[in-house]
Design a protein around this ligand. Structure first.
Ligand SMILES: O=C(O)COP(=O)(O)O
Ligand SMILES: [Mg+2]
Length: 237
């Protein structure tokens, strides 16, 4: 018999840099556009630090870093071209991080409700997760267009958990960057951060409760957070 000890808990996952190593395709699109505009492509190492606040932010910061004018970087026409190119190449090189499928299956078996809370647009998130056969694990896939305020607002996490049918008071965030840590803090949720994701500042400085070096360590991190939760609850009576 499976021990459904995570029943009643919701785990909210960030997408880019947490579930999926999506930098190859995001930066691939950015670089194709830079070259089309006569600008130099950016190195993957540098460019992947720009991921975390959505496609528009990646495009604007990527173009500014390559020397484009602010006006050009912010043009709607460029953004539309980004979306068209990225949609066509969304899963060319993107892969789930190692251990993702097995870990999501385990968490579901243990009764947890799983949700995606991402700053990637909902339609692109669904497309990517479907192509990688990951969508089936989640009760809801919630981009910034489906909430009242995006990460780092805690509203994104609370509303995503509620949309999945979960209780925001019994939820844990798993992410890779400052918007995730900020949103978890704002929502009063414990936060697990990956050390293999995309962040311009060291992940250690973001204030996560637990850092994990491999995705499969999520399970142990959740168990630690929950045992603290239940000890505190018992102490409070
Ligand atoms: O695509 C982005 O920039 C952000 O996506 P994430 O919130 O899933 O990291
Ligand atoms: Mg991320």
């Amino acid at each position: 018999m499976t021990d459904r000890d995570l029943e009643g808990w919701t785990i909210a996952f960030d997408l880019d840099g947490t579930l999926v190593d999506s930098a190859p395709d995001l930066i691939g699109t950015l670089n194709r556009l830079l070259v089309e505009e006569g600008l130099a492509p950016v190195a993957m190492e540098e460019a992947q630090k720009l991921i975390g606040s959505g496609a528009r932010a990646l495009l604007v910061h990527g173009f500014e870093a390559a020397g484009a004018s602010v006006e050009r970087a912010k043009s709607d026409e460029l953004f539309q071209r980004f979306l068209t190119d990225y949609s066509a190449h969304i899963a060319d090189g993107s892969q789930p991080f190692e251990g993702v499928v097995e870990t999501l299956e385990r968490l579901t078996e243990r009764g947890a409700l799983l949700v995606v809370a991402t700053n990637k647009r909902s339609d692109l998130s669904e497309l990517l997760l479907q192509k990688l056969d990951l969508a089936r694990h989640f009760a809801a896939i919630v981009g910034p267009d489906r909430v009242s305020a995006r990460k780092p607002s805690g509203a994104h996490l609370k509303e995503a958990v509620a949309q999945a049918g979960g209780d925001p008071e019994r939820a844990i965030m798993v992410g890779d960057a400052a918007p995730d840590a900020g949103a978890a803090r704002d929502a009063g949720m414990p936060c697990i951060l990956t050390t293999f994701g995309y962040t311009p500042v060291p992940v250690e400085t973001l204030g996560g409760d637990v850092l994990i070096d491999a995705f499969e360590d999520v399970e142990e991190a959740i168990d630690g957070i929950l045992s603290d939760f239940y000890v505190l609850k018992a102490l409070r009576g």
